[in-house]
Design a protein around this ligand. Sequence first.
Ligand code: OFO
Length: 170
Amino acid sequence: MAMNNKMLDILNEQINREMYSANLYLSMSAYFTDKNLPGFANYMRVQYQEEMSHALKLFDYLLERGERAILREIKEVKLEWTNSIDVFEDTYEHEQFITESINNVLGVAHEVKDYATINMLQWYINEQVEEEAHVSAVLEQLKMVEGKGTGLFMLDREMQGRVFVDSTQA
Ligand code: OFO
């Protein structure tokens, strides 16, 4: 069954937002490399991979439904932050925006009674709970050490261990 146009449009918009998120986190990764924090640079590089996997999951879903995935222009991302706490405050705020965005997509799916899309979006609803919790935990840890000194060094070492696991395939 052909997808409702409003549904198709907002799903394509969400692909764009996930790709914007990917670019934003890759930019943060470059910032951390520049600040000699390779662990945090790694954390953000993995986050970039996660966002690309989120975009691809939506892309593949549209193809599976026989629809066109439309790749639109991605707005330019930020390049500079004041410090590591500032980066994670931005990240947390951005993830809350994405949660709201996913909720809106789900709202449209309910409105047009697209049950397959409602079902597919459950994955994103759960993923956003994890994303917010994860980012908020790092932000709290950074605040605990005031984003500096030995505490920051230790956290950076811990962030080095993060590896990309494609949870869209689970
Ligand atoms: Fe795709 O979850 Fe972050 O933005």
